[in-house]
Design a protein around this ligand. Structure first.
Ligand code: SAH
Length: 346
């Protein structure tokens, strides 16, 4: 592979059309090429049988074709599957397939590792190595979809960007991957079935609202009190809660899409009425619902799940204020596939 060559799948369709045009090939050739290179069925341009030989040669001279492959997988006792996926440069990411009666959810990664430092999340210990390319995110989803068809005879119905990484720190590639996956060559899945979860990169939340993205937004809040949030998610000192809240108001104003707050309750961290009231206050300001997620231990003694009474107190207070709340049971715990446990352990 010559160093001058670029990965063909990093090109957008109009860029490929322009390239082809420079060599006098018609625009429809771009679609023929892209549908094959995105099919997960070919590993060289030669295998594109419906284009002329000289075009294959031109592609070979200018591009390479990368592969994203399932490296390993583990199956949980609750039928959650965790996949290790190997990228073209041998780095590994993880993705999870979560079947329930009504839906099959693909939980996907947006970065190799993560640059944020949420103290309760295993991925933060990996550090960020690089962003995923749009087609790598796309591949991940297509691979999970193939597995879903094989194991459950159904395609995936929902996609959540809740795997490794902070999707809003890889914004362009994430958006492009969503365009690919919702398009005809992908799964044609509706954007309403996609949720992007962020720790709260407020500038990008505003940008998403301006870009009219149409998918759902989840915020890893965990505390409505700045001081606590800064302790458990130190990066948030540079991303103040007030600015986050402002950006969420802006999001709702522009999109009219309700926000989901993801929230964990820990002993001696946020199991008190001060925190409950702070959360209620935020939810009253911003049309939203709350998912209380079960904490999955990552063996850090600072974090211990709060007693059930406190979960009940949260639920009751939110309901009393007419705020929708659900308590999420964790899936895939026995294979470290649950929220916050993705850390390339096998
Ligand atoms: N960076 C993004 C997406 C990845 S995390 C974000 O922060 O939203 C996906 C969800 O899992 C987040 O809500 C995160 O706060 C939560 N999470 C992290 N560690 C966890 C753990 N140990 N147990 C349960 N949930 C966890």
């Amino acid at each position: 592979m010559s160093s001058k060559k670029i990965d063909i799948r990093s090109l957008k369709k109009n860029e490929l059309i322009k390239f082809l045009n420079d060599f006098n090939y018609e625009p429809y050739r771009a679609q023929q090429i892209l549908s094959r290179v995105n099919s997960q069925q070919i590993d060289s341009f030669e295998k594109i049988t419906n284009i002329p030989k000289d075009l294959i040669q031109l592609l070979d001279e200018n591009f390479f074709l990368s592969n994203t492959l399932i490296h390993q997988f583990q199956k949980s006792s609750d039928l959650t599957f965790k996949f290790s996926i190997k990228l073209h440069d041998n780095l590994i990411i993880e993705a999870v397939l979560i079947p329930t009666e009504k839906r099959i959810t693909a939980c996907v990664s947006s970065q190799v590792g993560c640059s944020l430092d949420c103290n309760f999340c295993a991925t933060s210990r990996l550090k960020r190595i690089r962003n995923l390319e749009s087609y790598e995110i796309y591949d991940q989803i297509m691979l999970l979809n193939n597995e879903s068809l094989k194991s459950f005879s159904k395609p995936i119905s929902n996609i959540v960007f809740m795997g490794m990484g902070e999707p809003l720190l890889n914004y362009n590639n994430v958006i492009h991957s969503i365009d690919l996956i919702t398009g005809n060559q992908g799964l044609g899945i509706s954007k309403k079935k996609i949720t992007l979860s962020t720790s709260g990169i407020f500038k990008m939340i505003k940008k998403m609202a301006d870009d009219n993205v149409k998918f759902n937004l989840a915020i890893s809040l965990h505390s409505g009190i700045e001081e606590t949030r800064n302790k458990i998610m130190p990066f948030s000192k540079s991303f103040p809660l007030k600015k986050l809240i402002d950006s969420l108001e802006y999001w709702y104003l522009k999109t009219k899409i309700k926000i989901t707050f993801e929230y964990l309750v820990w002993k001696d961290i946020n199991d008190d009425f001060e925190h409950i009231n702070a959360l209620v206050k935020i939810c009253k300001r911003i049309p939203s619902k709350v998912n209380l997620i079960e904490y999955n231990s990552i063996n850090d003694e600072r974090f211990i799940s709060a007693d059930q009474t406190w979960i009940d107190n949260y639920v009751n207070s939110l309901r009393e204020n007419n705020i929708q709340v659900s308590v999420r049971r964790s899936r895939g715990k026995d294979i470290d596939a649950a929220c916050g446990q993705l850390a390339n352990k096998h």
